[in-house]
Design a protein around this ligand. Sequence first.
Ligand code: C2E
Ligand code: MG
Ligand code: MG
Length: 752
Amino acid sequence: MKPSESPNPALRITLIYLAFALGWILLSDWLLNLFVEGPRLLTALQTFKDLFYVFITALGLFALLHLGYRQLAQSELTLRLFIENAPAALAMLDRDLHHIAISRRWMSDYGLEDRNIIGTHHYAIFPEVPERWREVHRRALAGEVLRADCDCFERPDGRVQWVRWEVRPWHRPNGDIGGIIIFSEDISHLKEAEREMRIAATAFESQQSMLITDHKGQILRVNRAFSATTGYSAAEVMGQTPAILKSGRHDAAFYREMWESIASEHAWQGEIWNRRKNGEIYPEWLNIAAVTDNDGAITNYVGSFLDLSQHKQAEAKIHSLSYYDVLTNLPNRRLLLDRLQQALLSSRRTGQHGAILFIDIDDFSAINDTQGHDVGDKTLIEIARRLLACVHGDDSVARPGGDEFIVIVENLGKTSAQALLDARQVAERIQTAIRQPLFIDGSEYAIRASIGISLFEGVTGTVEDIMKRADVSMRQVKRLGRDHIQFFDDQMQEALEQRVRLESQLRRAIPEQLLLHYQIQRDRQGAPRGAEALVRWHQPEEGLISPAAFIPLAEDSGLILPLGAWVLETASRQLNDWTRDFGAQDFSIAVNISAKQFYQEDFVEQVLRLLASSGADPQRLKLELTESILLEDVDAVARKMTRLKSEGLRFSLDDFGTGFSSLAYLRRLPLDELKIDQSFVRDLRHDSNDAAIVRTIIALGETLGLEVIAEGVETQEQLDYLTEHGCQGFQGYLFGKPVTASDFAATYLRRH
Ligand code: C2E
Ligand code: MG
Ligand code: MG
């Protein structure tokens, strides 16, 4: 029952007074009747005094009754208020577990505020009471006192409620058990707080390193991750400030800005370098948050940070996994694409050729199947190692998958001919390296590889296109099998094969299949003044081969040295013969000298020796050099020329106008003659530009005191123009094609 339902004590007392007053009036009325109707009795009670005593006695009795009642009411009220207002949930039940008294806290704790449960059975109110509690009630009714510090039960609404309880019997004055008293306390909020603390503690021990300081920055707590990262134990840093982690890499301004941000925003985050206990400096991502109290004053700082060095290592690991082949550690297909892209860009920029070599291990699946994957793996690892040893640092070796390897070779020169040869050389080197016996676990294996080569130079088109081509090529290589090397581009393949064939033929041809043709040179009066010796290769099957076809090959392969020596020797002997036989005054033979030949250390000695042995007059020998000779040290070139000139030899600068010699260089060379290139002569009458060049060369010759001769003169018109402008010498089909020595002598030389 609620206190508000009990009657007002003042009202109750007034009612009691009124009842007594009414009683007194009734008694007086009765006494008056007695007086009127029974004089005998009146006599017995005659005196008013007696009546007064009766009245006093009645009044006293009434007062006593009233006081007793008031006291009883008061104590009952106190008890009720005590129970109702007890700061605990209390319920008093009778033996049948009907509610007798309940504290207000009980009502509120169990959500019963609006109900009157006095007299109601406990289980009617709480049908969900579990059996174990019913047992507790039974045992309490039997006299036991039972309690639990932490217990839980599920409320009808599904919410789990945590309670602390005590159930004990209450006794009547005679000692009998009148029922039970249940005390319970809702401790859900405590449990919640405890849970939150546990979560906080777990969170604190997270992967992130954390530290908590007081408002002055003194460290109060650190977690295990902090110790693992910094190397400092909790005990070591307690009471210190985070300044012990300073790396010295940041200046005062950095920390000032950081603290300004914390003061204004109550937070800061950023990358910072700190120092571990072992002195190692590492990057970390630091988060600082200020904790404030209700008044907004900062009470603590919480710092959490992530060691970025681990992060970066992980990143590197991920990078490595995604770009490198795990077995061989070579770039995988993805990185290969990247490298190829760079190689193409670089080739486009520099004009240098590059090559992609597709390497397929012959019958690798057989090794794998018969010897097991372990041997297969070891083979691949060893091949990777050998490939790396075969290439330069700039070149890439990749393993796009399986038994396939790809090598990208860069900077193979600006001519495809050269690139072909070089790429082939690399491929041969690789094949040789792979052929070396391979020992795995005591057994020897013979490994062979087939290689396909594809050249690239400033290729436009995407890497994907090239890789598509590469895939096709790889399949081709697999078909090749058996230790082959092949170029994929048919034309290149053809060119290379021809070149290689020619080179070996030329090697065998020197000097037997060589001969010299001579082409007449005339002066302004039309008199013979000399001949240019032009080499010919007489190939048994193919006939005469033009020097334009084999001189560059001879230069690349170094064959130009024996060839050049033979030409010099033959021309010298011819000169000697003709001088002896015809004795022509001022007749000279011009011999072409390639730059490589001229650069030989002993070139001067060679020439002098040949001249001496042939007996030819050095003054009648003219050496034709081209401007390419000026690519090297001009002074050294000039010294050699001077040395030979001192023996009487003369020099002509061949193909003049097509090269890049500057006037300054020309002045330093002891030349005798400039030979206007035939390309300028050819279009002399139609191209005013060429005509201007020709005139300029002639003028230049005059200025430098050099003779000027024009080659490729084919028409009278050209001859007239050249003569008109002061050219002194002429050579060309107009006067005669290059012919054999005997034909030359018969046609141009007169016996004296
Ligand atoms: P070059 O030294 O400029 O020789 C002139 C070339 O022009 C010769 O070609 C000659 O046959 C050709 N020619 C001469 N007059 C005319 C003409 O009126 N019209 C046309 N269209 N061509 C004419 P050839 O003999 O094929 O020689 C080509 C080049 O081979 C020579 O150019 C020279 O650079 C090189 N060469 C020839 N023989 C030797 C040699 O013994 N040693 C070296 N190192 N190079 C040589
Ligand atoms: Mg020449
Ligand atoms: Mg020439």
